[in-house]
Ligand binder design. Structure first.
Ligand SMILES: *Cc1c(COP(=O)(O)O)cnc(C)c1O
Length: 431
């Protein structure tokens, strides 16, 4: 595949501008807009593959497994692309495990994280033969041991340690500080490993940490890995040798020009060097990237309904809302918004880009300078992660469409929802 990415505003992605048109790979988005006539996520297959392969090549010289954190985007078609490339997957619920299996991931490449695993979910995961439970508390470890024994199985586990490092990201997406609900305080990990070693239903595999999301600094990772290595050293002295270390996900992407995250190569090079220097050069290295695999591989395309002029602010009211893309409302996330077809016949105006949902937090962007008219289409960029997977039916709105672009092919990843879908599964009273 060849793409002319020279004339684009964002040369690092497969979304690029040619003349006035925004393209995804070899397809102008305006062509898709004509067909779908509704708010739609558009993904670039080449971008997803490129992002995944960046991890694969950064880890090519060590035993490794890249486990895509599927909560970032769990659409079946997207999962199939990654499963086909040999990816593993990081899951956080029984439903995600079921979805991953349906999409073709091999059970032993599934890791299962999450603080609230129920008995039912644990039994299900065990029966499917998943690769590793990332255990987040001592009661969870006991529960897994008990269920595994009752099924006559041994549960592969790693202890998710909370290394108490500050990833310097949004508080809602920090997970490795001691006041977060995630993981086991690293100071207790050793004791818990020694207990686990005596549990007949448990097979100790590794150690893991996941410190947060949208991290654009390498240092927090190095701090976290150093603490994991310290623990592995102590365990080794007690005769317990682990077969993998899972450093979690969380690598950020470039939402704004000034966010410059490390590449997988720049992030992982010093981590591999650190492991080697500390005598763990041969241990299997697991990573759990989500956002950095799919984030810049998707945009949300939505149509302008009205331009509304106010006394203090102007509003660009679009069809897509917080139910389609909740990141701005939930995390005050800034996402770039650009016209699908640039126009030069009107002056740009500063406007809040808002959705139709009956909540004041329903905005996609504030104070954006845009030259658009009603019926034009906008694209919210870098919307491939935590977009479609967080979409919901609030306000009885149908889910956004999802489309994959592969070269010059346009492939729907779901059926367009109808109003009938909105009441599917509900029971009517006999009144
Ligand atoms: C969410 C999550 C990830 C992925 O985070 P990203 O920021 O999307 O890379 C990885 N591991 C665990 C345990 C998670 O909860």
């Amino acid at each position: 595949m060849t793409f002319d990415t020279s004339a684009c505003s964002r040369p690092h992605t497969f979304f690029h501008r040619q003349g006035v048109e925004l393209w995804c790979e070899n397809v102008p988005l305006s062509r898709i807009a004509q067909e779908v006539e509704r708010t739609t996520y558009i993904y670039s297959r080449a971008q997803i593959e490129t992002n995944f392969m960046a991890y694969q090549s950064a880890l090519a010289d060590v035993p490794h497994q890249v486990c895509y954190a599927m909560k970032a985007n769990s659409t079946v078609g997207i999962l199939q692309i990654l499963a086909k490339l040999g990816a593993g997957v990081d899951t956080v619920s029984g439903g995600e495990i079921a979805r991953a299996l349906r999409a073709g991931f091999t059970p032993h490449k599934i890791v299962y994280s999450g603080v609230g695993k129920t008995r039912k979910e644990i039994a299900y995961a065990l029966k499917q033969g998943i690769g590793c439970f990332n255990v987040e508390s001592e009661p969870e470890l006991e529960r897994i041991n008990e269920i595994a024994q009752s099924l006559g199985l041994r549960a592969p586990i790693s202890i998710r340690c909370n290394p108490d490092v500050d990833p310097k990201t949004h508080p809602y997406i920090s997970t490795g500080l001691k006041n977060n609900k995630f993981g086991i305080p690293i100071a207790h990990a050793e004791t818990i490993y020694l207990r686990a070693a005596n549990m007949p239903g448990i097979e100790i595999k590794g150690i893991d940490a996941h410190i947060g999301s949208q991290i654009i600094d390498t240092q927090p990772y190095l701090d976290s890995v150093t603490r994991l290595i310290d623990t592995m050293d102590r365990l080794k002295a007690r005769g317990l040798v682990l077969s993998h270390i899972d450093i979690g996900g969380g690598l950020g992407i470039q939402y704004r020009p000034e966010d410059v995250p490390p590449t997988p190569q720049t992030l992982l090079q010093p981590i591999k060097a650190l492991l080697k220097a500390r005598g763990f050069g041969d241990i299997k290295l697991l990573v759990e990237p989500g956002r950095s695999i799919v984030g810049n591989a998707g945009v949300l395309m939505t149509q302008v309904q009205y331009i509304k002029y106010g006394d203090t602010r102007n509003f660009c009211i679009v069809e897509g809302g917080m139910n389609d893309l909740i990141r701005p409302a939930l995390y005050s996330a800034w996402m770039d918004i650009v016209p699908v077809v640039e126009r030069h016949d009107i002056e740009p105006l500063v406007m809040d880009v808002v959705g139709p949902v009956c909540e004041s937090s329903d905005f996609l962007g504030r104070a954006r300078e845009l030259a658009v008219k009603a019926n034009d289409w906008l694209a919210v960029l870098d919307a491939g992660a935590y977009g479609a997977s967080m979409a919901c039916h609030y306000n009885s709105r149908v889910l956004p469409m999802e489309i994959l672009v592969d070269g010059d092919q346009v492939i729907p990843l779901r059926d367009p929802e109808t109003y009938e879908h909105l009441i599917q599964g509900e029971r009517f009273l006999d009144l």
